[in-house]
Ligand binder design. Sequence first.
Ligand SMILES: C[S@@+](CC[C@H](N)C(=O)[O-])C[C@H]1O[C@@H](n2cnc3c(N)ncnc32)[C@H](O)[C@@H]1O
Length: 468
Amino acid sequence: MGHPPRQIGLQSSPASADAPAAGGEQRGLAARRCAWQVLQAVAAGAYADGALERELGRVNLSPQDRALATELAYGAIRQRRCLDAWLDQLGKVPAERQPPKLRWLLHLGLYQLLHSGRIPASAAVSTTVELAKRGGLGRLAPVANGLLRAFLRCQEAGESLTRLDAPGVDAAERLGLRHSLPDWLARDLLQWLPPQGADAFGAACNTKPAIDLRVNRRCTTPEALQRALAAAGVQAVPVAGVPSALTLQGRSGDLRQLPGYDQGQWCVQDRTAQRIAPLLDPKPGERILDACAAPGGKSTHLAELIDDQGEVLALDRAEARLRRVDRNAERLGLHCIRTACGDAATLAARQPELLGQFDRILLDAPCSGLGTLARHADARWRLDPAAIDGLVVLQRQLLDGLWPLLKPGGRLVYATCTVHPRENGELVEAFCAERREATLQGRWQSWPGDLDGGGDGFFAAVLERVPD
Ligand SMILES: C[S@@+](CC[C@H](N)C(=O)[O-])C[C@H]1O[C@@H](n2cnc3c(N)ncnc32)[C@H](O)[C@@H]1O
């Protein structure tokens, strides 16, 4: 893993990067401080999204600085393992034994040197040292300076992580180090995929996810929306293989300010997620159950596909998230969605009058989320592989509990945003093997980055109930 050499002090720095701002503080310092706080909060157990939102709420940053804080915080969290490996290599004290505040500050500085091609090395080093001084690590500022400069010398010499080529390092550790993945996941990936596929998965997990829109075809077309966005200075392009998707290019700012938002002409939905609802092949007038519905991305898609004629029962056990389904449906002008709070696994037992009543059922099951690691920067460090056992039990209970609600001749789609075979193919195969009236019509696994170079990883299986 060689890096192009970067020489400190030789690059000309854009004014926004490291010149003093009005008020005396170096430009970009507040954004980096914000990112540093997020790294510390996440290390203390906070979720990355929530921690970032909180920190951004505390400071008044320009849109550019908000984007910088977001990029640095999420990037450094994703690359935690690689950054620690560099600290182990460069420092006298291993990363794990560094004072945590210093460790996360060094991550921030190193991340800029390793991964942010547009930040001059001089700005990355000087802002890190300045933050150390202002952030209660004054005594350690020379350590930060020395370590980052040592890294730059390695970069100039074309050196990479020595651990990658060390004797005794196996393929899983190498994959984990290359793409900053935990060992258990790297090991699993090499079981599921050929080496190039595992590498592509790792790379996709560290790529900033695209912002994809789903066009509400009840009130506009992708072409018309594309034109309206272009007129507002936002470039959006179609996604091959996903007819209602447009993906935004470049910075788009506050999405709610974009044309068509208030009129319900579009919603944000990942391109792969947009392929799930059509698998149900829903028709106007049908009765549809979306069993794990919140926040409603697929419920609203189903309602659009049936032209708001029929019924979509959007069930979820998380009441607060269910309110988002109502809000989304309202903005998109959809009236056929009815929300209900409750446990989908026991719905049939609680309401036996619903047995055999639904033409279509979508089970977008709670899962390990291994297909969305790029979107959730901290998820790979949070996930306990032992928790997969519990998820598989829950997924099976949901499938068993929902199946009797399907009409004979009806269709159920089981979907997850994970790539773990135990939560996906193995689960539906075991289910169908035990149910003579269930036929598996088809299944697909999409890997992160598979769809026109982007998209989350999703699994879907189409099951039909044999007519009586
Ligand atoms: C993958 S998310 C659903 C995303 C949603 N389908 C969409 O497209 O916006 C899974 C959902 O399952 C819900 N859930 C988990 N266990 C459940 C249960 N036993 N009954 C109902 N909902 C459940 C969670 O609250 C969560 O909202």
